[in-house]
Design a protein around this ligand. Structure first.
Ligand SMILES: Cc1ncc(COP(=O)(O)O)c(C=O)c1O
Length: 504
């Protein structure tokens, strides 16, 4: 990003870099001075923790004995969008680059999706909490064909548990983790924080990933942490949401081997395993899974979570799976029986033909070509806007975009998000990928604070709409200076927010 062209309101001459830096230092040193951050703190569950006396927030007082969990990033962002006029009826006027789901319509060369679902009488009954056997077999077969050809140890249906969605799968796993240290990394998928803290036996241990090392999980350090901190379970998304980086090939092999060597359980959330964008076109069509490096499917303690949500582009079906040693699957059957009761029976039956390895091959190839094109398009347009992405995604459909070089206040994710809402565009502020952001006394100290996550899940036209909106915000900053930013945010549809009294 070039530094000089932004000017303060009322000035016609461009500012020097020094002026801009002084401006940044003068303004917004603390979250209390930022309207976007005050709105965040005022919504339920986002008060700073550990400060005495606790400020009373009426929204957090639900009913006796109930603690408000705080709104998740997704809920917070959609509530704020609604306060700015977003509704499902008006959604076509908006660009939702916050969307954590892929476009679900037909994409070039992809096999057609079913448009009707059969509902045989048997499927009106409960399905087993581990899922329909024929679907479990189809999942095992797909992993054996894709990742385990020629290997002695093969998956069977007993290694597969069907679950009603990825988060349900993660919750089932979290519910059976004992009183142990469970490590996860930051930034990673926002739901881990809530999923892990909802199950109070395990102790979540966060590890910060560094921008300088491209958010790479340091395997040597992980080995030390297992030994020194006594970690017993490690949870990670791979490919990783929101950084778009992936552990693969030898690194993944090493990580799996480390788990075997140290008897540590690795829970890998592989929801984006098909969203891989190799530089070499000849490599297109390959996906990434730890299943490739497991020696014995029943003794290597690797737990894989995946499903139809992202790879098959069927988030509404709620048909997913957890794969692991047989004994894990019997434990998940128990936690499923009190947590969720199992996945939808007719849709499990309808999912079986979608797992046919030949069909999957075609789907994967079409998906990679289409999403690679969208990724390249978004990165090119961002660069033209002066927002070159320093660590471009090699996987997933997310861009982890640093705003650091923009002038304050639009150089932080929460304010940038509010300014884009005025332009009918949704992005996700980076702080939602931090360790429970409400625990921070000053959100400005979060390493994710100057980031937003942009999704290239939606169709290309929507991406362009959102990029146009980003262009308008940057143009306004250059032309009119910064005085028009950082305020006048709507708390609800009807009223511009009055936040002065909250700032003291
Ligand atoms: C890494 C990761 N895992 C799991 C999920 C959620 O899966 P589901 O919608 O099936 O619960 C998401 C969705 O955003 C995700 O990003």
């Amino acid at each position: 990003m070039s530094h000089t062209p932004y000017s303060r309101s009322g000035r016609s001459t461009p500012l020097s870099f020094r002026d801009v830096v002084l401006d940044v230092m003068k303004n917004f040193k603390h979250e209390k001075e930022s309207e976007a951050h005050r709105i965040f703190r005022e919504s339920a569950g986002h008060k700073p923790k550990g400060l005495l006396p606790q400020t009373v927030n009426l929204d957090e007082e639900t009913v006796p004995g109930i603690i408000h969990p705080g709104s998740t990033g997704v809920i917070y962002c959609s509530d704020r969008a609604m306060a700015n006029g977003f509704s499902y009826a008006s959604s076509h006027e908006w660009a939702n680059l916050g969307q954590g789901a892929p476009e679900v319509g037909q994409i070039p060369d992809a096999p057609l999706k079913p448009s009707t679902i059969e509902v045989p009488t048997d499927s009106l009954e409960y399905a087993p909490t581990t899922g329909v056997k024929a679907l479990r077999e189809a999942v095992a077969e797909l992993y054996n064909v894709t990742y385990r050809q020629g290997k002695e140890s093969q998956y069977t249906y007993e290694n597969v548990c069907i679950v009603p969605g990825g988060r349900a799968g993660l919750s089932r796993v979290a519910a059976v983790v004992g009183d142990v240290y469970c490590s996860y990394q930051v930034p990673d998928y926002t739901a881990y924080d809530q999923v892990l803290s909802a199950f109070r036996r395990l102790v979540p241990v966060p590890t910060a990933l560094e921008e300088e090392t491209k958010y790479k999980l340091d395997i040597a350090q992980t080995k030390k942490d297992i030994k020194n901190q006594g970690l017993e379970v490690i949870l990670a998304s791979n490919p990783r949401n929101p950084t778009g980086q992936v552990i693969k090939d030898n690194d993944l092999k090493e990580l799996v081997a480390l788990m075997r060597e140290t008897s540590t359980t690795l829970v890998l959330d592989e929801f984006y395993s098909w969203y891989i964008y190799p530089e070499d076109e000849a490599e297109l069509g390959k996906s990434v899974s730890s299943a490739e490096f497991i020696e014995d499917v029943n003794s290597d303690s690797i737990v894989i979570v995946d499903g139809l949500t992202k790879n098959w582009r069927l988030p509404g079906w709620r048909v997913c799976w957890v794969i692991g040693p047989k004994n894990l699957v019997t434990a998940l059957s128990q936690s499923g029986s009190f947590l969720d009761g199992g996945a939808n029976h007719p849709l499990q039956l309808a999912a079986i033909p979608l797992l046919d390895p030949e069909r999957v091959k075609g789907e994967k190839l079409a998906l990679q070509k289409h999403f690679k094109h969208k990724r390249d398009h978004v990165l090119r347009r961002l660069e033209r806007l002066g927002l070159k992405v320093s660590i471009p995604p090699t996987s997933t459909f997310y861009v982890w975009l640093s705003l650091e070089n923009l002038p304050a206040p639009i150089n932080n994710g929460l304010t940038f998000f509010e300014e884009l809402l005025k332009e009918k565009t949704i992005v996700i502020p980076g702080i939602f990928f931090d360790i429970n952001p409400a625990h921070r006394r000053n959100l400005f100290n979060s390493p994710c604070h100057h980031f937003v996550r942009l999704s290239f899940g939606p169709p290309l036209e929507d991406l362009d709409k959102g990029l146009d909106a980003i262009g308008r915000v940057l143009k306004k900053a250059k032309k009119e200076g910064m005085s028009g930013f950082g305020h006048s945010y709507k708390k609800s549809l009807d009223s511009a927010i009055q936040l002065e009294k909250m700032s003291k």
